[in-house]
Structure formats: structure tokens, C-alpha cells
Design a protein around this ligand. Structure first.
Ligand SMILES: [Zn+2]
Length: 227
């Protein structure tokens, strides 16, 4: 919000300069011509300061549309928290949280940036970037209606392939990313236990109790990909 206020200040400077070329400013008998270098500079500054916020709004809208689709059309509204939002968030310690009643998904700083980085180069996704994909899918599953963390996470594991493709990741890479998440990050949760154990179930595997047998399941793609 601070950046937007600074941007508005520069817009006002630009407006004042243009107005002075039409109406005589106070203390002058006639309008004065626009000083173009000044006008250009303040307009560029206005755009530069507004850009991060506009870019974030655009990404939030994009994620909201994709999360709604993942949540079987339960309406999701994604908010990417700034540093200040995160500090003021009562659920600050969770990287993300969602409310199935309102559809609101809060993603803490800097997880939206990580998700953006992932989408820029999914073929070389880091662990953190894979976590950001998994978290996005996980929170969408809460909006879909599930509250139990282990079931929610298992629903997400099966849909990470779908989620990555919805976010524009090419098919082969989306498949690999979703399988890496399941085989490495998810299974590690089971071995670490503790808090991580709440998100894990040994029934979250092909043919087990939590397998939803989705046609585009992350697992189905593993079977399809097998020689
Ligand atoms: Zn959760």
C-alpha cells in the first residue's frame, strides 16, 4: 500500500505539471509549457512504484481463478501477504492457510514469490519451489471443503500434477514435479514425524484408502509413464 501511495504522489506531480500548462498556476499570468523531462521522470517513477503491487494483484487474481478450478468451483480468493501482512497475521507461523467458509487463502511472504519463481523455471524447481506448488494445491483442497490435514495433503498430492498444468507448466515437467513432491517431500514427512506427521498418512498411496483414483492423478501418470 505504501508503494501505491508513493506512486499516487508522482501521478499527482504529473497532473500538476499538465494542469499548469492549461491553467495559469498561482502567481503566473499565463499557463507555462510542460517541462517534458520532469513529466517523463515523474510518470516513470509512478509506474515503477505501482508495478510491484499491480503485479501482485494480478498474480493473486490468477491464483484465485486456478484455485477455484482445483477446488471443484468452490470460490477461492488468494491473498499474497506482504511482509507487513505476514507480521500482523495471527497464523503467521503457517506458510499458508485457508478458510473453507469464505474461500480465503492467505499465502505468507515470501511463498508467493517462490511460486512465481517456480512458474518461471519449473524444469529446475528447487525444493522450496516444489513446496510452494504443494502448498497452493493444499490450500485449494481446504477451500474444496476438507479440514483434516492428512486427508487434505493427500488430496493435494494427487492433484499437484493437475495444479502445475493449470498454472501453465508443460505436461512432462508437471508430471515430474508432482511425482518429486510425492516421492521425496511427502514421504519425508512420514519419516520426520512430529508436526510433519500430521500431514502424512501411509494410506496416501496408489490403491490405498486415500487414493481417489482420479484419471489425471499424479500416481496415474506414474503408472502411465512406466515402461
Ligand atoms: Zn492445511
Amino acid at each position: 500500500m505504501l508503494w501505491i501511495l508513493i506512486s499516487l504522489f508522482f501521478l499527482w506531480c504529473a497532473f500538476r505539471e499538465v494542469r499548469a500548462s492549461i491553467l495559469a498556476p498561482a502567481g503566473f499570468d499565463s499557463p507555462r509549457p510542460i517541462y517534458k523531462p520532469y513529466l517523463g521522470t515523474v510518470l516513470i517513477l509512478a509506474v515503477l512504484f505501482a508495478w510491484p503491487t499491480i503485479h501482485r494483484w494480478h498474480f493473486e487474481h490468477y491464483l484465485s481463478v486456478k484455485a477455484t478450478e482445483l477446488a471443484d468451483n468452490h470460490r477461492a480468493r488468494v491473498h499474497c501477504n506482504t511482509v507487513l501482512d505476514t507480521m500482523l497475521d495471527p497464523e503467521m507461523l503457517a506458510a499458508g492457510h485457508a478458510n473453507p467458509q469464505t474461500g480465503k487463502i492467505g499465502i505468507q511472504h515470501p511463498w508467493c514469490s517462490r511460486l512465481m519463481s517456480y512458474l518461471r523455471h519449473p524444469e529446475r524447481a528447487s525444493e522450496d519451489e516444489l513446496w510452494s506448488l504443494g502448498m497452493f494445491t493444499h490450500e485449494s483442497m481446504h477451500v474444496r471443503g476438507e479440514l483434516n490435514e492428512a486427508i487434505t495433503e493427500c488430496e493435494a498430492v494427487q492433484r499437484n500434477y493437475r495444479a502445475a498444468k493449470l498454472l501453465g507448466v508443460p505436461d512432462e515437467i508437471a508430471r515430474k514435479n508432482a511425482l518429486d513432491y510425492y516421492n521425496v517431500l511427502y514421504k519425508r514427512r512420514g519419516t520426520i514425524g512430529g508436526m510433519q506427521g500430521f500431514y502424512y498418512s501411509d494410506q496416501c498411496a496408489p490403491g490405498k484408502a486415500l487414493d481417489e483414483r482420479l484419471s489425471d492423478s499424479t500416481w496415474a501418470t506414474e503408472v502411465a509413464a512406466a515402461p
